[in-house]
Design a protein around this ligand. Structure first.
Ligand code: NI
Length: 166
């Protein structure tokens, strides 16, 4: 396992439409392990492969319930609405208000390339939508209502703060 360098807004890889994964390989397994390690190190709750420079449809999420891996994910159902602050490890120190569905259902492949259905409500739904956008080259800043704001304590390891960042 190793930490990977997180690409920041302005890096062209973040604008790419990512390619589907067709088979699991030791290299992709290692990528997924590294993505989790990097996400936890940075106190994030989600990370998409393009954020570490890999143009593949892979996302990892952990909003504090359990680690989730999603390969080639697609949203098959969504409902409701939630409006709240959102952040991104590729846009450090900033956050902004984004409206997302309050429920999504996703079909994806897991690490064994088995199809899984994942349902997310509230914050998990937000994290899923945010990370899946990365796979199509979109950042949350495109959806922000109003202005991006500076986080008050971007360097602090603060639980309360963490809840607003993904
Ligand atoms: Ni992000």
């Amino acid at each position: 396992m190793a930490l990977r360098n997180i690409r920041k807004m302005g890096d062209e890889v973040l604008g790419k439409v990512c390619r589907p994964v067709t088979e699991m390989t030791p290299r992709i397994k290692e990528l997924i392990d590294d993505m989790f390690e990097t996400m936890y190190e940075e106190n994030g709750v989600g990370l998409a492969a393009p954020q570490v420079g890999v143009v593949k449809r892979i996302v990892v999420i952990d909003v504090g319930e359990q680690p989730i891996v999603m390969i080639n994910p697609r949203i098959v159902e969504s409902s409701g609405e939630q409006t709240d602050y959102e952040g991104c490890l590729s846009v450090p120190g900033k956050s902004g208000i984004v409206t997302r569905p309050s429920y999504v259902k996703v079909i994806a492949l897991d690490e064994d390339m088995k199809e899984v259905t994942i349902e997310g409500k509230d914050f998990l739904a937000r994290a899923i939508c945010h990370e899946l956008d990365h796979l199509d080259g979109h950042l949350y800043v495109e959806k922000v209502e109003g202005d991006l704001v500076d986080n008050q304590s971007p360097e602090e390891d603060d639980d309360e703060y963490e809840d607003d960042v993904e």
